[in-house]
Ligand binder design. Structure first.
Ligand code: FES
Length: 148
């Protein structure tokens, strides 16, 4: 991947480039498959075990195929108080989505996340890189229907 070569040139050491390289690989492949790990390892000329170790340390890296759209729902204290649990039930009932799961059609994956810094607008979630807040049973469905 050409982007990986570009990243390599931007950092003083190849080890320093592992995190951004993993991010690019994940964007490209949708998850960090063994092939994606190999690609990062060979491009940066660092051991595969090191790349895998770094990738498994951070929750932002995915190690199994994900749906086209990743829902990251906050269930920390404020969001839970303001209805995140109800939203989880809705996602389960309407889309068959469980935390850590993917819809049968590959449209959505759901992960639970810690506070995303929007407690004053709880409950909140990210869909891909889009932030959504003040969620309830009605607007979460409207929001998700925009992601095909
Ligand atoms: S607890 Fe959910 S955004 Fe802070």
């Amino acid at each position: 991947m050409k982007e990986l070569d570009t990243i390599k040139e931007k950092y003083p050491t190849t080890r320093a480039a592992i995190l951004p390289a993993l991010y690019i690989a994940q964007e490209k492949f949708g998850w960090l498959s063994p092939e994606a790990i190999e690609e990062v390892s060979s491009t940066l000329n660092v051991p595969k075990a090191l790349v895998r170790g770094v990738s498994t340390f951070y929750a932002m890296y995915k190690h199994k195929p994900m749906g086209r759209h990743l829902i990251q729902l906050c269930t920390n204290v404020s969001c839970m108080i303001f209805g995140a649990e109800t939203l989880l039930e809705l996602l389960k009932n309407k889309y068959g989505l469980e935390p850590g799961g993917t819809t049968e059609d590959g449209r959505f994956s759901l992960v639970i996340m810690e506070c995303i810094g929007a407690c004053d607008r709880a409950p909140a979630m990210l869909v891909n890189n889009d932030f959504h807040s003040n969620l309830d049973d009605n607007n979460i469905t409207e929001i998700l229907e925009k992601y095909k």
